[in-house]
Design a protein around this ligand. Structure first.
Ligand SMILES: Nc1ncnc2c1ncn2[C@@H]1O[C@H](COP(=O)(O)OP(=O)(O)OP(=O)(O)O)[C@@H](O)[C@H]1O
Length: 268
């Protein structure tokens, strides 16, 4: 029993989205993008978001991050109404070359994102180095982002998101611009880091295989104006493995189901 007689809310949702509507553009160009989006995320869950091209995946992520104000509906993050970028939530974008500050060395890029944390300078630096180590970039702290490969730059961006101690990471196609082998390695890195640091993640991707490989649950969106049409649990064992997982009949079944669902929208 607890003092207030309530059960501990250990599995309370970290994110609750209800009736989210958003239009973009002006006058006759105005388009309805989000149409009554509803879903939740539990702490530590890895969600992937898929849908037809241009359906509104980025618009959804921007709305969750408090970068777009919804026309109606609401986003609750850790029980609080989101009305601007909340603390405890980080976004990793596809375009790492624009998200890192080119005039700052990698360590300084991470520290810059941590500037509002209530920690001493020495503590911040220790945490920044720990996160660069977690993404395999120890030895590159004093290099500039442009001295690194694309995959390495994206790892700096991930280290930065981790170092802010955010509970929720919104990942907007973060691996779309890296080569196939790097992409597979980074998928495993992201899964490992999410578990190690107990992060809740929402990853937008165009790649259905990636969506299945990474997810605990896949959120499938419809054509624009988009809504959630299906949520598919992915009960595949973790840690996942690029050979074994992708050959698992359950993986193939889910992949098939997602592709069919998205294809049905292209034809409608
Ligand atoms: N600022 C804006 N003003 C007007 N329309 C916009 C704006 N931003 C996006 N759109 C339109 O909204 C729709 C959804 O865009 P969004 O980028 O959210 O989709 P997406 O699913 O992420 O796209 P993609 O599959 O290409 O990554 C698109 O038709 C896009 O042209």
């Amino acid at each position: 029993m607890f003092d207030d007689g309530k059960r501990p809310d250990v599995m309370a949702d970290i994110l609750t989205v209800t009736g989210l509507e958003k239009s973009l553009g002006k006058g006759s160009e105005r388009l309805k993008i989000l149409s009554g989006i509803e879903f939740t995320a539990k702490p530590g869950e890895f969600l992937t978001i898929v849908g037809p091209s241009g359906c509104g995946k980025t618009t959804l992520l921007m709305s969750l991050a408090g970068l777009y104000e919804p026309d109606s509906g609401q986003v609750l993050f850790q029980g609080h109404h989101v009305s601007g970028p909340p603390e405890g939530l980080s976004v990793v974008f596809q375009d790492y070359s624009r998200s890192l500050l080119p005039w700052k060395r990698n360590l300084q890029n991470v520290l810059f994102a941590m500037r509002r944390l209530d920690m001493s300078k020495a503590e911040k630096e220790a945490l920044a180095r720990e996160m660069l180590e977690a993404v395999g970039l120890i030895g590159f702290e004093d290099r500039y982002p442009w001295e690194l490969s694309g995959g390495m730059q994206q790892r700096v961006a991930i280290a930065r998101a981790l170092a802010t101690r955010s509970k929720l990471l919104l990942l907007d196609e973060p691996l779309a611009a890296v080569d196939a082998q790097t992409r597979a390695d980074m998928q495993d890195l992201l899964l490992r880091l999410a578990k190690q640091f107990n992060k809740t993640c929402m990853l937008v991707t165009h790649d259905v295989e990636e969506a299945v490989y990474m997810a605990d649950r896949i959120v499938v969106l419809s054509n624009r104006p988009t809504r959630v049409v299906e949520e598919i649990e992915v009960p595949l064992a973790k840690p996942r493995d690029h050979l074994a997982t992708r050959e698992d009949p359950e993986f193939l079944r889910i992949r098939h189901e997602v592709i069919e669902r998205i294809r049905s929208f292209k034809q409608s």
